[in-house]
Design a protein around this ligand. Sequence first.
Ligand SMILES: Cc1cc2nc3c(=O)[nH]c(=O)nc-3n(C[C@H](O)[C@H](O)[C@H](O)COP(=O)(O)O)c2cc1C
Length: 318
Amino acid sequence: MRELPKDEKKQNIWSSSTTSERGENMYKFYGWETADITDARGLTPRDCYDIFSRAWCAETCAPRMRASWTPENKTLGQCSVTAFLVQDIYGGEVRGVPLENGTFHCFNVVGDCVFDLTSEQFGDEKLCYEGCPVQEREVHFLKEEKRLRYELLKERLGKEIIMEFTTDIFRQFDKKWALLTAGSMESFNTMTVSWGGLGTIWGKPVATVYVRTSRYTHEFMDGGEYFTVSFYPEEFRKTLGILGSKSGRDMDKMHESGLTPKAVGETVTFEEAEVTILCRKLFKQPLELANMSEELVSRWYGKDAPHDMYIGEVLEIN
Ligand SMILES: Cc1cc2nc3c(=O)[nH]c(=O)nc-3n(C[C@H](O)[C@H](O)[C@H](O)COP(=O)(O)O)c2cc1C
């Protein structure tokens, strides 16, 4: 990517998006109108642009352009690290527009959808996105400094993605159900949950779950610092039914369920999950029956064990 002449830079002072007369958000990056793909969290490339806009900084800019990087020209020098992170989200290919100086300007191709989150640094100059060669991350990341910038941008993005996560959370828990998993890859347990929520407390994004003290998973919730809440496509309903009716104490649930465990942070989720929320335990509190209405006590706790409430800080949403 080349350094932009000063007068060209002036044309690059875009806000994240502007609003059309019809009140719609308008973007300036190449392909924004047709980039209608979404990931499992519901993120579109337009949402990604907003998230990346808050994460790009001088340190994530290529070193040779860093002195010229400003918040007003925030896409400068961010193309390859951005395009590889976008590839992490949607898959597809990273391709590169050949530049005069022999380098490539990276952008994304996902199916029929071609978009370039960092095109604004070129101002009014029209790049040709056709017939551009595929860019391999292994080649780009031979440069250790670039790999480190990718990691930094990824870290800065993580927090922004959490705050951008929107879902019909009532429906997700109550109707679609989730798996609550705690422990490590060596030893973990999982169970179906439909009680839970997402919110904010102590200035942190949090997930809350309620686990009866009789559950085998309860032991893992108490034994470790991390847990995951994961959501699944409809075809896994039967599996979630099994994991919600049989105890890991009595049988090899994992073998029966056919799900594929995978590590996330220091704990576990499953390959088949659409979305996984990784949490660090902050708080545990028994739901005291003495503080509950009689109606609730007799409806829910006649012969069953009480629930403990766990609040976990949301560290990642993948
Ligand atoms: C749809 C559904 C939702 C459930 N939600 C919860 C819940 O929020 N909290 C809870 O303690 N148990 C809940 N359960 C029950 C546990 O998933 C079930 O008892 C499970 O077998 C416990 O497994 P474990 O002993 O291996 O931990 C639910 C079960 C189903 C089917």
